[in-house]
Design a protein around this ligand. Structure first.
Ligand SMILES: Cc1ncc(COP(=O)(O)O)c(C=O)c1O
Length: 374
C-alpha cells in the first residue's frame, strides 16, 4: 500500500510504560496506568465515573446490562452503525429496532427515532458518526420526556463536543473505542462513562466478572465474591500503558489530525461541489474529532468506480457500514426500510487518515480523488 487506510501508532514511551508496569509486578488490569488513563479521561470529560474496558463493544454490553432490558423490550439503534450496537441488545434477549439516519450527519435525530418508537421501547443508542453529533441534546431531551435511557455510542467521538459539552457525557452512558483505527488507541480497548453513582457501583461489578473485586482492592470489603452477572471487561495494564503513552501526546495527535482533515476538506470541497459529491458537514455547534474523512458519491456506481480506482493506485480507501437490517442476521429485526442509511452505505468512501500521515501522502490521495470526474 502506498497510503494505507490507517497506521497504528506505538510511541516509544509505550515501551517504557509497559516496562514500568512489569517492574511493578502488575500486568493484569486496574494498576497505575489504568488509574492514570481513567483520571485523565474524567478530567477531560468533566465526569465522575469512567471505566476502562476491553473494547467499545464491551462498554456497550455493560451499559445494556445496566439498563436492565430483557426479552420483550426494544432498543432503538441506528441502521447505519457497527454490529456491536445491535449485538449488545440481542445478547440481553431484547429486540433491536433500526432507525434511519439524517442524510446530512449520518446519525439519528428525534424525527428518525420517533419513527421507530413503540410502547416497548426502553433505550435509544445514538451513534455519533465520524465524531459529530449536532442533535444529541435534542435526542436526549426527546428520550427524557418519554422515560427512555440513552446509551451514546461515542466510538468515534472521544474529545468531540456539542455546544461545548463533551460527547459521551449527554446520555445515561457513553461508550468510547480505543481500537487501533481510532484517534487514540491501545490496540483493542474502550471505556464506559456512567452518569449515576448507583450505576457505577454495579458497572464495577459487571466489569469484574460479576464480583466485587474492585471494592476489595479499594479496602471497602474484606473479601470478594460473586455478587451479580458480569464478564471479563478489564483490560491489561500492558494496554493501559499504551493508551497512556498516546494520551501523553494528545495535543499533537489532535492537532495533526485536525490539520490533515482540513487539508482534505479544503481540497475536496470545491471538487465535490463541481462533480456531485458531498463532503462532511461540521455544524456550528460542533467541535469535531476529525476521526473520519469521507466523501459521498452521487450514486453507487460512481462510488464503486472511485473506490476501485483508489485501491488500484494502492490507496487504502474503504467503504463503511452496511445497513444492519439488510445484514444476514439483522434481517429478522427489520421493521421498515431506512433509505438514508442504504443510500449512505452505497455512496460512502472513507479516505486514509492517521496522524502520522505525511503531506506527500495526503496530497497524493487528494490528487487521485480529484482525478475522478462524474
Ligand atoms: C460506531 C461503533 N461502535 C462500536 C464499535 C466497536 O468498537 P470496538 O472495536 O472498540 O469494540 C465500532 C467500531 O469501529 C463503531 O464504529
Amino acid at each position: 500500500m502506498k497510503v494505507p487506510f490507517n497506521k497504528p501508532y506505538l510511541p516509544e514511551t509505550a515501551f517504557e510504560f509497559i516496562r514500568e508496569a512489569g517492574q511493578l509486578n502488575h500486568l493484569s488490569g486496574d494498576g497505575i496506568f489504568t488509574r492514570r488513563v481513567e483520571d485523565w479521561m474524567r478530567s477531560m470529560l468533566g465526569v465522575e465515573h469512567v471505566l476502562l474496558t476491553t473494547s467499545c463493544t464491551s462498554a456497550l454490553e455493560m451499559a445494556m446490562i445496566l439498563t436492565g432490558v430483557g426479552p420483550g423490550d426494544e432498543v432503538i439503534v441506528p441502521s447505519f452503525t457497527f454490529v456491536s450496537c445491535a449485538n449488545a441488545v440481542v445478547l440481553r434477549g431484547a429486540t433491536p429496532v433500526f432507525a434511519d439516519v439524517d442524510p446530512a450527519t449520518l446519525s439519528v435525530t428525534p424525527e428518525t427515532i420517533e419513527q421507530a418508537v413503540t410502547e416497548r421501547t426502553r433505550v435509544v443508542m445514538p451513534v455519533h458518526y465520524a465524531g459529530v453529533a449536532p442533535h444529541i441534546a435534542e435526542v436526549v431531551e426527546f428520550c427524557e420526556q418519554r422515560g427512555l435511557s440513552v446509551i451514546e455510542d461515542a466510538a468515534h467521538a472521544f474529545l468531540g463536543r456539542t455546544d461545548s459539552k463533551p460527547l459521551g457525557t449527554f446520555g445515561n452512558f457513553g461508550a468510547f473505542s480505543f481500537h487501533e483505527t481510532k484517534n487514540f488507541s491501545m490496540g483493542e480497548g474502550g471505556a464506559l462513562v456512567v452518569r449515576s453513582d448507583a450505576d457505577c457501583d454495579r458497572a464495577e461489578i459487571i466489569r469484574e466478572k460479576g464480583t466485587n473485586r474492585r471494592q476489595f482492592f479499594n479496602g471497602i470489603v474484606d473479601k470478594y465474591t460473586w455478587v451479580d452477572i458480569g464478564s471479563s471487561y478489564v483490560p491489561s495494564e500492558i494496554l493501559a500503558a499504551v493508551l497512556w503513552a498516546q494520551f501523553s501526546e494528545a495535543d499533537t495527535i489532535r492537532s495533526r489530525r485536525a490539520m490533515l482533515w482540513e487539508r482534505y476538506d479544503k481540497a475536496l470541497r470545491p471538487w465535490a461541489a463541481q462533480h456531485g459529491f458531498t463532503t462532511p458537514i461540521v455544524p456550528a455547534n460542533s467541535e469535531p474529532t476529525h476521526h473520519i474523512y469521507y466523501v459521498l458519491a452521487p450514486d453507487s456506481a460512481t462510488r464503486n468506480r472511485l473506490l476501485h480506482r483508489l485501491q488500484a493506485l494502492s490507496i487504502g480507501a474503504v467503504f463503511h457500514y452496511l445497513p444492519l437490517e439488510e445484514s444476514v442476521f439483522g434481517q429478522q429485526f427489520r421493521r421498515h426500510p431506512c433509505p438514508n442509511s442504504t443510500s449512505a452505505s452505497e455512496r460512502l468512501v472513507r479516505l486514509p487518515l492517521f496522524h502520522t500521515m505525511t503531506l506527500d501522502e495526503i496530497d497524493f490521495v487528494i490528487d487521485c480523488v480529484t482525478a475522478e470526474r462524474s
